[in-house]
Design a protein. Structure first.
Length: 133
């Protein structure tokens, strides 16, 4: 339906040593962006399924091109977890994409409230515009 959030549950996250990880490829991102445009969604939601044993963190890796594709959709990008949502405002997607070739967001479950950190090509980058609730 128009304007509703588009939710994608794939790809299934791989879990290793209490950490779940998902790679969001450019192809998947492009498909998401196209669907968002068709539906005029304001949000695209990645809701990966992963083992409940992966209770330390969820690592989501994006090639810069995937973030660029999503930024062109005008929708905010949400990572939905059993512990809460991490939201990257649409305007922030392109600036994250500009930080490097491989952007990694780590959603940290353990030790209290949900947190999210971001790196580009292995270096810490500003994640202050990413909201967690």
């Amino acid at each position: 339906a128009n304007g509703e959030a588009l939710t994608i549950t794939a790809p299934k996250a791989a879990a290793k040593k209490r950490v779940a990880s998902v790679m969001l490829t450019e192809d998947i991102a492009q498909t998401m962006a196209d669907q968002v445009k068709q539906n005029e969604s304001t949000q695209v939601v990645l809701a990966p399924t992963f083992s409940k044993w992966a209770n330390d963190s969820l690592v989501v890796t994006f090639p810069a091109a995937a973030l660029k594709a999503l930024s062109e959709s005008k929708a905010d990008f949400v990572i939905r977890t059993w512990q809460g949502d991490v939201t990257i405002p649409n305007g922030e997607l392109a600036s994250l994409a500009g930080q490097g070739d491989s952007i990694v967001l780590t959603v940290i479950f353990k030790d209290g409230p949900l947190k999210c950190t971001a790196t580009a090509d292995g270096k810490d980058i500003d994640s202050s515009k990413i909201t967690v609730e």
